[in-house]
Design a binder for this molecule. Structure first.
Ligand SMILES: C[S@@+](CC[C@H](N)C(=O)[O-])C[C@H]1O[C@@H](n2cnc3c(N)ncnc32)[C@H](O)[C@@H]1O
Length: 372
C-alpha cells in the first residue's frame, strides 16, 4: 500500500495549527524511506488534503499559510534531492501571483474526533479589524478541553456563552456534549457576523458529511493528478461581508440535537430585563478579561445574570493569566460587585486536544455571589 502513512496527522496539524515548520518536517519525515513512487504519491496525497478534497474546497485555509507550506515543502524536497511533483510547482506559482497571496484569513478545521469537526473562519492577526475576536484563543480551547474530558457535564444543560468570538468552543460543545440549548454571543458586530458564518459552515459540513477520510477519492486523485488541467481557485475570498456594523437578528437553528442561538450580547448594554428573559443554567466565558476596561461591564453582566435568573446559574470563567496585575484587578472588580471566584483548575498542557503555547497559564474559575 503506497501511502503517506502519517498523512492524517500531517493534515490535522495543517488545519489546526498553522505551524509550517512542523507540517513540513512531519510531512518530510513521514515520506522519507519510502520508495520513489510511494514518496511521490505520498506528497500528492498531502496536496489532495490541503487543496483538492471536498473538505479543503469547502473550507480553504488562509492563502498565506498555503503559500508558505507549499514553498517550504518544495524547498525541503529540492534540498533533499527528492522529485517535486509538477502539481506542487503549479499550485505555488498560481498562488504566489494571486493578489490575496498574503492574506491571513481563512478556515481552520478543528478535527475533534475522527468523525466530528468544526470549521472556523479565522484571521490569525492578533488584532484584526480592530477586534480580538477573529481568532480562537487559548482559554476558549481550554474550556473546550475541560468538557471534552467531562462529556456528560453539559448533557441537557442550557448554556449561555459570553464573548464567544468565532464560536469554536460553543460549536464543538454542541457537537460533542449534547447540551439542551446553547446561546453563543459576542458584542462585536463583525465577530457576530463571522460567528454566524461559522455556524452555517458547520451545518453545511454536517449535512454533507464532510470529514477528512475519503480514501477512494484520494487514490483516484493521486492516479490522475498528472493529467489535471484546472487548479482550484488560488484563494477564495473572505465570506460575504455585508454591513459589518449590523450583525442582524439572532440566528436560531439546531445542531446535532442542541437548540442553538447566535446573536449579539454587548456587556455595556446588558440589563436586568435582558437577564430575566434568559432560560439558562450555565454561563461560560473564556479569554475575555485581558483588557481591564472590560472588567466592570463583564462583571456587571455576570452579576445581573446571577441575580435575575432563577435558580442562579453556574458561572464558569476561563482566563489566560498573562499579567498578574490584570488578574488582580479582575478579582478586585468581582469583590467590589459582591462576587467571589473559586479556582477550579489550571489545566495541564498534556491534557489538551490542541497544540498550546500558553496553556499552563490558563485558569478556570467558578463565580458566585459572596454570601453563598
Ligand atoms: C480574546 S477574544 C476571546 C474569544 C473566545 N472566547 C476565545 O476564547 O477564543 C475576546 C472576545 O470578547 C468580545 N468582547 C469584547 N468586548 C465585549 C463586550 N463589551 N460585550 C461582549 N463581548 C465583548 C470580543 O468581541 C471578542 O470576541
Amino acid at each position: 500500500m503506497h501511502s503517506l502513512h502519517d498523512e492524517k496527522g500531517v493534515v490535522k496539524l495543517f488545519f489546526e495549527n498553522y505551524s509550517r515548520q512542523e507540517i513540513v518536517a512531519k510531512a518530510a519525515s513521514s515520506v522519507s524511506g519510502l520508495c520513489d513512487q510511494a514518496f511521490h504519491d505520498g506528497v500528492l496525497r498531502l496536496l489532495y488534503h490541503l487543496y483538492f478534497s471536498p473538505l479543503a474546497l469547502s473550507c480553504p485555509p488562509p492563502p498565506s499559510l498555503r503559500l508558505r507550506v507549499l514553498g517550504d515543502l518544495i524547498k525541503e524536497l529540492e534540498t533533499t534531492g527528492q522529485e517535486v511533483p509538477e502539481l506542487a510547482y503549479r499550485l505555488h506559482g498560481q498562488l504566489s501571483s494571486s493578489p490575496r497571496a498574503a492574506s491571513t484569513d481563512g478556515h481552520v478545521v478543528y478535527q475533534l474526533t475522527p468523525v466530528v469537526s468544526v470549521p472556523v473562519w479565522e484571521n490569525r492577526c492578533l488584532l484584526a479589524a480592530d477586534t480580538t475576536g477573529l481568532r480562537t484563543w487559548q482559554a476558549g480551547k481550554a474550556l473546550l478541553d475541560w468538557y471534552m474530558l467531562r462529556p456528560d457535564g453539559l448533557k441537557d444543560r442550557r448554556v449561555l456563552e459570553l464573548g464567544a468570538g468565532l464560536g469554536l468552543t460553543g460549536l464543538a460543545l454542541c457537537r460533542l456534549c449534547q447540551p439542551k440549548s446553547y446561546s453563543i454571543t459576542d458584542g462585536h458586530p463583525l465577530v457576530v457576523q463571522m460567528l454566524k458564518y461559522n455556524v452555517n459552515k458547520t451545518l453545511e459540513l454536517v449535512k454533507d458529511n464532510l470529514v477528512m477520510e475519503d480514501d477512494a477519492a484520494c487514490a483516484e486523485f493521486v492516479a490522475s493528478a498528472a493529467d489535471l488541467t484546472d487548479l482550484p481557485e488560488a484563494s477564495a475570498g473572505p465570506p460575504e461581508g455585508g454591513d459589518t456594523s449590523d450583525p442582524g437578528g439572532d440566528l436560531r437553528t439546531t445542531l446535532d440535537g442542541t437548540e442553538l442561538t447566535v446573536g449579539k450580547l454587548d456587556w455595556f448594554k446588558f440589563t436586568a430585563e435582558d437577564a430575566r428573559k434568559l432560560d439558562i443554567d450555565l454561563v461560560l466565558t473564556a479569554d475575555v478579561t485581558y483588557n481591564p476596561e472590560l472588567h466592570e461591564p463583564l462583571v456587571r453582566t455576570l452579576s445581573l445574570v446571577l441575580d435575575n435568573v432563577q435558580p442562579a446559574p453556574q458561572v464558569l470563567l476561563a482566563l489566560t493569566d498573562r499579567n498578574e496585575d490584570t488578574t488582580a484587578r479582575l478579582m478586585r472588580e468581582l469583590a467590589s460587585q459582591g462576587l467571589k471566584q473559586r479556582l477550579l483548575a489550571t489545566p495541564a498542557n498534556n491534557q489538551s486536544a490542541f497544540q498550546m503555547d500558553e496553556m499552563s497559564k490558563v485558569k478556570m474559575f467558578d463565580i458566585t455571589r459572596l454570601e453563598e
